[in-house]
Design a protein around this ligand. Structure first.
Ligand SMILES: *[C@@H]1O[C@H](CO)[C@@H](O)[C@H](O)[C@H]1NC(C)=O
Length: 361
């Protein structure tokens, strides 16, 4: 009997030391984009996501129907302050208090995780530059309001940037750096996140755009390294390669997700944010309306993405699981621009999964 005790201790210590290095799996969430006039209601959507094991959801704004349906569900909720509301929230503490009262405090049975102040804003882009001046003050005011009701340890205040808009270089990942013209915008935000006990920075990733628009993230030279099946560029974009296709110093990259996340890690390190984690707040693959936009390719991307982030960190931070939100729950028929923009749903608008997907594995 005696000899069993040290064995148990040994096993226990192995377990403990193992878990010291690897963060526990982060449940994969879903983005709930509602720019549509033909979607199921929120009352139908929330039970639906629970059938496939989704435990986290990103709302782009304070959608009261969705919040109502999320009450008492345990689903962790990421809620956005829409870009159009930033000026108001930034202009007075009272307005920010009212926003938090209406959309957070009035929903005490909702399990909020982050308030995302602004989405995809950069001073270097015509479409969002008008909002850039309000982001930091709006974050500060929302933070004050959250702290005033004692929720600061539970609900964290951050913003979401677009990786492709805000970096001047992202490939190879070690060369990742913010555009010089966004530093005045992003540096104080990084400082805010660091000073608030390292709130993660949310980052939207767009590997599909990099694939179809031949962006530098997925170098065209990769196609010279084909072996079988799809082109290496598509394999790299959809987690189908086992062997590294991009070598960056000592680090090898098998997929563009890791490369994109690490490009942001590198940029943060060069801007005083090396202590910050990255949360991927948007990533997906469309099922129609563009090159490689098929149900099969979307299924491959999203299924392998879930498996990847549940089990791995990135080459730069192998011990750190990346919290990730898949875009999108349903198709959004009101998006204008390119046709593929209207086909990102994991579910069709009759509530049928377009392909088999399991968020828990
Ligand atoms: C995925 O996209 C590629 C590139 O457009 C296409 O050739 C291929 O047929 C698609 N694969 C499937 C299984 O749909």
């Amino acid at each position: 009997m005696h000899s069993r005790i040290p064995l148990v201790l040994l096993l226990l210590s192995l377990l403990v030391t193992g878990s010291l290095h690897i963060t526990t799996a982060q449940p994969v969430g879903i983005c709930y984009g509602t720019f549509a006039d033909n979607q199921p209601t929120a009352q139908e959507a929330i039970p639906l996501i629970q059938t496939v094991g989704i435990q986290r959801m990103r709302l782009y704004g304070p959608d009261h129907n969705a919040l109502q349906s999320l009450r008492n569900t345990k689903i962790e909720v990421v809620i956005g302050v829409p870009n159009e509301q930033l000026q108001s929230v930034a202009s007075s503490q009272d307005n920010a208090n009212q926003w938090v009262q209406d959309n957070i405090k009035n929903y005490q049975e909702v399990n909020f995780r982050y308030v995302v102040v602004g989405n995809g804003i950069t001073p270097a882009h015509d479409q969002t530059s008008q909002f850039a001046q309000f982001v930091l003050q709006a974050m500060q005011n929302i933070q004050n309001a959250i702290s005033a009701c004692g929720l600061q340890n539970k609900i964290r205040v951050t913003t979401a940037i677009d990786q492709s808009e805000i970096l001047i270089q992202s490939c190879p990942p070690s060369q990742g750096q913010f555009r010089p013209e966004v530093r005045q915008f992003i540096d104080p935000i990084i400082k805010f996140l660091v000073n608030n006990n390292n709130v993660p920075l949310l980052v939207n990733l767009h590997p599909y755009f990099s694939y179809v628009h031949n962006k530098a993230d997925i170098p065209s030279e990769f196609d010279a390294h084909g072996n079988s099946g799809q082109t290496p560029r598509l394999e790299y974009a959809t987690f189908q390669r086992q062997d590294p296709i991009l070598q960056d110093g000592p680090l090898g990259y098998t997929n563009v997700f890791d490369a994109m996340v690490d490009s942001v890690h590198s940029a943060l390190e060069k801007a005083g944010g090396s202590s910050l984690d990255v949360v991927v707040s948007e990533i997906g693959w469309p099922t129609d309306g563009g090159d490689a936009a098929t149900i099969e390719n979307a299924s491959t991307h999203n299924t392998r993405l879930i498996n990847h982030v549940l089990n791995n960190g990135t080459p730069k931070r192998p011990e750190k699981r990346i919290e990730t939100y898949i875009f999108n729950l349903f198709d959004e028929n009101k998006r204008d621009s390119e046709e593929f923009e209207r086909h990102w749903g994991v579910f069709d608008n009759n509530k049928q999964a377009k392909y088999q997907i399991n968020f828990q594995f």
